[in-house]
Ligand binder design. Structure first.
Ligand code: DGL
Length: 270
């Protein structure tokens, strides 16, 4: 079976475009409908209850666009709402997230014994990483640290420079992270600061794990398993929606997508 319907991808804002981009690199025939909940961002500072409410509205919007699968391209939304969305919609379509594929990848590495995780407050507070690792790799020590300054810093264009390195240094040089062999960069925005982190860890043998490539592979596998891959490239363009439009959001898409993306505003919570 093959399927022409689009893949629905959502995030708190536009950072999830890093994940969407990787999915399309891997599956160039697919068409995506992207939703960035810019009216409610940042999810990193919201309660799990609020995020679940937003995620419900967005999922219904993506279902109304006949999406064949949903990718939660946001670590904070995955942490707060994945189990809920799976329970509520999981019998209708595959729902994928950005945490399980990374946990699987790291768990399959018996040489790793101590790893660090960085992400928003919502991601770290929810504790989904340590919980999943306890099941998959009970011998692995997981050290988590919220790094709330990083996402806004990146959105403002501060990466690969002295300021981003100083902020990262103050987070990563904490004693908690001493001796880690790997670091999970559990946020949509962090691929942009990978070079900064590599520079800080130069010569220290800390392996970096970021989301987009690993998640794209998991999405490809899931669509294949469910017989949902698209047979030929779509004539229709991708669609990018936000819950609150500003020029600044549209300009910032360039950082995460490589070129400017046209965003269309839709009101889901009037
Ligand atoms: N997309 C969010 C994440 O991956 C980061 C931005 C936010 O806090 O909304 O956790």
């Amino acid at each position: 079976m093959r399927d022409d319907r689009p893949i629905g991808i959502f995030d708190s804002g536009i950072g999830g475009l890093t994940v969407a981009n990787a999915i399309l690199q891997r599956l160039p025939k697919e068409r995506i409908i992207y939703f960035g909940d810019t009216a409610h961002l940042p999810y990193g500072d919201k309660s799990a209850k609020a995020i679940r409410h937003y995620a419900d509205g967005i999922t219904n919007f993506l279902l109304s666009h006949d999406c064949k699968a949903i990718v939660i391209a946001c670590n904070s939304a995955t942490s707060a709402a994945y189990a809920h969305l799976l329970r509520r919609y999981g019998d209708r379509l595959p729902i994928l997230n950005v945490i399980d594929p990374i946990v699987e990848e790291v768990s399959a590495r018996p040489d790793l014994h101590t790893i660090g995780v960085i992400g928003t407050k919502a991601t770290i507070r929810a504790g989904m990483f340590p919980r999943k690792f306890r099941q998959a790799r009970p011998d692995l020590t997981v050290r988590s640290q919220a790094t709330p300054l990083l996402a806004p810093m990146i959105e403002e264009g501060f990466f690969n420079n002295k300021i981003s390195r100083a902020v990262l240094d103050s987070y990563l040089s904490k004693p908690l992270f001493k001796g880690i062999q790997g670091l999970i960069m559990a946020c949509t925005h962090y691929p942009l600061i990978r070079p900064d982190i590599e520079a800080l860890y130069a010569g220290k043998n800390v392996e970096l794990f970021d989301t987009p490539g690993v998640v794209a592979r998991a999405v490809a596998r899931s669509l294949e398993q469910h017989g949902l891959l698209r047979p030929r490239r779509s004539a229709l363009p991708h669609a990018f929606y936000v819950s609150d439009f500003t020029d600044s959001f549209e300009r910032t898409t360039r950082i995460f997508w490589g070129e400017k993306v046209h965003l269309e505003e839709v009101q889901l919570w009037e």
